[in-house]
Ligand binder design. Structure first.
Ligand SMILES: Nc1ncnc2c1ncn2[C@@H]1O[C@H](COP(=O)(O)OP(=O)(O)OP(=O)(O)O)[C@@H](O)[C@H]1O
Ligand SMILES: C[C@@](O)(CCO)CC(=O)[O-]
Length: 420
């Protein structure tokens, strides 16, 4: 079936990364975890194409693939027993390895699934993200959420530009499928946070509960820059549990109690009290007992504890990121000093506010200076000189420039090629 292009105006979707405050790993076994959105986001810009092709452009991870619509229309994800098997239907199409390969497979799975229900025609989707890849901050879920939102919007499945409860449920559903392509058997917490934002109490198999009454929380995130595999770490806990079911289940139950206590503290408007610091320490200790800490994470704890701030690993562990609670009475200068000390050891710190908005779609386009900056960025990424901005490349260029111009200033600064 040849796709007939739908006319779409350029639009931008953005979704946040997540930080698990309490309950990682235990959440895989049906225990509760508490997580919140971080103010680092992924952005997808969708622009129409006249040539009927579909372009997946992911400059952060060096992916730039053109599919002709009949190639992707041949996919049949509904015949697979698990989304990760999409690989078997793409032989010869996906050449990239590593993150690029996973991203292409995720895209193909979602495209193939949604294309069966609607006709998308040609478009370019360009994704850029402020989230470090593979560090426990849910870069893959933010990617999956912007992708599912963009494709659902293109196929006319969203009734209110992603704003209604029904729209969000659908976005979250397909983003979870994307996470299954990337991670096999994820708990679903990352895509839930990227979709809904705020703070969530999440228990596998149940609807996530928004912890509405909480205030935003200041957190220092430290990236150890030590690569880790979520899949391998989840598998290592599984093996330990198979060998020592009663011992490990007791630890998982204790982690669940920590999440329950944290949920109550959040609901009672006391998100950064000393009780919260206590349970941060307790949760880290239990995760270390499960074997998912790492010397770099222990180093972060030593440095921050010396200044009275509690830290724990966040996400899968084994490297990745740690979070440090910033108590209300700690000054910005004191936080800067800790961040500097951590930086001297070779870690990378981000101060962030937890609890911001979930997925959003916008189609406003304006602002000249930002257009100029984006133009410069694209000139670099697309190897276009200003005089080349025409003919077959004109669709990509003008669309991407105008659409990305709505990015907030902080994102533009952080996305500048020189800072990547
Ligand atoms: N900037 C990006 N552009 C395109 N795809 C991205 C980008 N960032 C992440 N991804 C996708 O997410 C995948 C990374 O998933 P991974 O689980 O390793 O990291 P993470 O989600 O950051 O970690 P965690 O699951 O522990 O929070 C990549 O393989 C790619 O598919
Ligand atoms: C380790 C884990 O609990 C969190 C990874 O961010 C795995 C999952 O929830 O899928």
């Amino acid at each position: 079936m040849v796709a007939i292009p739908r006319v779409v105006a350029p639009f931008v979707v953005s979704a946040p990364g997540k930080i698990i405050l309490f309950g990682e790993h235990a959440v895989v076994y049906g225990k509760t975890a508490i997580a919140g959105s971080v103010d680092m986001r992924a952005y997808a810009l969708v622009t129409p194409r006249k040539d009927g092709k579909t372009r997946l452009f992911l400059p952060d991870i060096n992916v730039d693939v053109y599919f002709d619509s009949t190639q992707l229309a041949r996919l049949s994800p509904s015949s697979l027993s698990h989304p990760c098997e999409i690989e078997t239907q793409l032989t010869g199409i996906v050449a990239a390895e590593g993150p690029g390969r996973t991203a292409i497979l995720t895209f193909a799975y979602m495209y193939g699934s949604l294309f069966e229900r609607g006709n998308m025609g040609g478009f370019t989707i360009c994704v850029r993200s402020l989230l470090p890849v593979g560090s426990g901050l849910g870069s893959s879920a933010a990617f999956g959420v912007v992708l599912s939102t963009a494709l659902l919007q293109l196929t006319g499945h969203l009734k209110q530009m992603g704003a209604s409860a029904e729209d969000r449920k659908l976005i979250n559903h397909w983003a979870y499928r994307g996470e299954q392509v990337a991670h096999g058997t994820p708990s679903g917490i990352d895509n839930a946070v990227a979709t809904y934002g705020g703070f969530l109490a999440y228990t596998r198999g149940s609807e996530s509960v928004s912890l509405h009454s909480t205030r935003a929380l200041r957190v220092l995130i430290t990236n150890t820059q030590v690569p880790k595999s979520t899949k391998a770490l989840v598998a290592s806990v599984r093996t330990l549990r198979e060998r020592h079911p009663e011992v490990v289940d007791t630890i998982l139950d204790s982690i669940h109690s920590i999440s329950t206590a944290a949920g109550s503290l959040f609901q009672s408007h006391k998100p950064c009290c000393s009780e919260l610091q206590d349970i941060v320490r307790l949760n880290h200790g239990l995760l270390a007992t499960l074997g998912v800490s790492h010397p770099s994470l222990e180093r972060i704890r030593e440095i921050t504890e010396a200044r009275g701030m509690a830290s724990k690993l966040t996400g899968a562990g084994g490297g990745g990121c740690a979070l440090t609670l910033i108590p209300i009475d700690v000054s910005g200068a004191a936080v800067d000093r800790v961040a500097q000390e951590l930086g001297e050891v070779g870690f990378r710190c981000y101060q962030t506010v937890v609890g911001g908005a979930g997925v959003t779609i916008t189609n406003h386009v304006d602002s000249e200076p930002i257009d100029k900056w984006i133009g410069d960025m694209l000139t670099q990424h697309l190897s276009l000189s200003p005089s080349d901005r025409r003919d077959d490349k004109a669709d990509d260029y003008s669309g991407i420039v105008s659409g990305f111009s709505i990015l907030p200033d902080f994102a533009i600064t952080a996305l500048a090629p020189s800072s990547k």
